[in-house]
Design a protein around this ligand. Structure first.
Ligand code: HEM
Length: 478
């Protein structure tokens, strides 16, 4: 049977090729309502792109528990070995717009949405364990510096490096970004990190601090600047193509999940602030504990419906998983939902890719695109006398002790120990790649900015400073 074309309201469309005109050569008629509907819809097809991480690829899959961590968390997703939970993942580059090439030197987003029986848990991470900043107040500046210049409308090495080098705490993340790992070969060939410190709450209502790690079972594979340049010249969608095609042919990518666990008591005495996002917890102090594995096994049928409309929010945690005092995490708890209310609307939780797979009973009502029946005749307030949807006090988290007075505190200022450790872990060849990548990326930035970077690198390790200076054709002292 023929598949029949209709208007958005279901009426048959008699002609989809010729607009309605007065006479064979005449002007168009306003009563061509099919034309009006079709064009008006087209005019509204573009929604705002994500401010960051605009270019991305997504897929559905499942997470399976392989090891017992119930002594740390009562989260239902981890309740027994073998348990499977449906999920959706979106990977992305950060600075480029929605049409940017995939194989750019940049960090990669690693966002996971687990549809657990007690609500959606979103872990919105990156392929790096640290970040450029330790205070969220700087986040809009970071993005203005790495995105297009307001006058030239071009990306600017000057702006980018002016900002990065003025914040020495960025050096750890800058070193990773300029290293051989700065351009992953594909989304399948990179690790993922929750990056922040989160908390686990167990059945006894005890809290532990936790960091999440995802280890690629495809292994790490990267592109050099030269390889990426050639690739981008031929294929701007190399990551999308790689992920899509490997899933289509049944070669499902997999990542193992690990956690690092720190007690609340330890956190008070650890050698540095464990809530500082510019630092990793050393694995020799807090070894990786295996938890499970996820695989991505289904491509979305429609990119816009599932990938573009996906809304990941670090604020979406579930019973047994909580936040931490990390200021960056705290700052993100506001920003994502706020961005999504603007980008997708106040009812974006009803879009199928975002909708939890368990019942949701909130008293939120109305708003644009309320398409689920709006809770029908259920009363819209609590407390009420009818035992309608009551708060659930048994889910309250243990008290979090806070000390100190309110102020605009600066976190401690050791910006160089961990970049030094990372640099010293690199082989001679990797160091050389780091120097050369840095020099190319700094491009036409003024010498004053290049020298500031050399200075920062020297503070981490004199050999780092010398190497970058040589690659830039400058002297360390000049
Ligand atoms: C996307 C804000 C730091 C990972 C976004 C979006 C905003 C945002 C507004 C777009 C959201 C949307 O429209 O759906 C911030 C702020 C930060 C911050 C204010 C710091 C204060 C981070 C960090 C990470 C991260 C530290 C990783 C550890 C991501 C990812 C996405 C994203 C993966 C894309 C999610 C997706 O695939 O839809 N961020 N971000 N961000 N951010 Fe952040």
């Amino acid at each position: 049977m023929k598949k029949r074309l209709t208007t958005a309201f279901g009426a048959p469309v008699a002609d989809n090729n010729n607009s309605l005109t007065a006479g064979a050569r005449g002007p168009m008629m306003l009563q061509d309502v099919w034309y009006l509907e079709k064009m008006a819809h087209f005019d509204r097809e573009v929604i705002p792109e994500r401010r960051m991480h605009a270019k991305g690829s997504g897929a559905f899959g499942k997470f399976t528990v392989t090891h017992d961590i119930t002594k740390y968390t009562k989260a239902k997703i981890f309740s027994e070995i073998g348990k499977k939970t449906e999920m959706f993942a979106r990977f992305s580059t950060v600075a480029g717009e929605r049409g940017a090439a995939d194989a750019e030197r940049d960090i990669r987003g690693f966002a996971l949405k687990f549809y657990t029986e007690e609500g959606n848990w979103d872990l919105v991470g990156n392929n790096t364990p640290v970040f450029f900043l330790r205070d969220p107040l700087k986040f809009p500046d970071l993005n203005h510096a790495v995105k297009r210049d307001p006058k030239t409308n071009m990306r600017s090495a000057k702006n980018n490096w002016d900002f990065w080098t003025s914040l020495p705490e960025a050096l750890h993340q800058v070193t990773i970004t300029m290293s051989d790992r700065g351009i992953p070969y594909s989304y399948r060939h990179m690790h993922g990190f929750g990056s922040h410190t989160f908390s686990f709450i167990n059945a006894k209502n005890e809290r532990h601090w936790v960091k999440f790690h995802f280890v690629s079972q495809q292994g790490i594979k990267n592109l050099t600047d030269e390889e990426a340049e050639i690739l981008v010249g031929k294929n701007r969608e190399s990551h999308q193509q790689d992920l899509f095609e490997s899933i289509e042919k049944g070669d499902f990518p997999k990542w193992k999940m690990f956690v690092q666990i720190m007690s609340e008591e330890d956190a008070k005495h650890y050698k540095f602030n464990p809530f500082d996002l510019t630092r990793v917890w050393l694995k020799k102090d807090y070894p990786l504990i295996e938890v499970g594995e996820f695989e991505l096994n289904r491509n979305p049928e429609n990119y816009f419906a599932d990938v573009e409309q996906a809304a990941f929010n670090p604020a979406s945690v579930v019973n047994g998983i909580g936040f931490s005092p990390d200021k960056m995490l705290q700052g993100r708890l506001f920003s994502y939902g706020d961005a999504q209310r603007y980008r997708l609307g106040v009812n974006h939780n009803l879009i199928p890719v975002n909708a939890p797979k368990c019942p949701t009973n909130s008293y939120h009502r109305d708003g644009l695109m309320r398409v689920d029946g709006n809770a029908g005749a259920t009363i819209g307030y609590e407390p009420n006398s009818y035992e309608e949807w009551q708060e659930q006090k048994e889910y309250a988290e243990p008290i979090l002790d806070i000390d100190g007075g309110a102020s605009r505190w600066e976190m401690d200022d050791d910006n160089f120990t961990q970049p030094r450790m990372l640099f010293q872990l690199m082989s001679k060849e990797q160091k050389q790649v780091l120097f050369e990548n840095t020099a190319r990326a700094m491009g036409d930035a003024p010498d004053m900015i290049k020298k500031r970077h050399i200075d920062n690198c020297t503070k981490a390790d004199p050999a780092y400073g010398v190497g970058v200076a040589k690659a830039l054709g400058l002297s360390v002292k000049s």
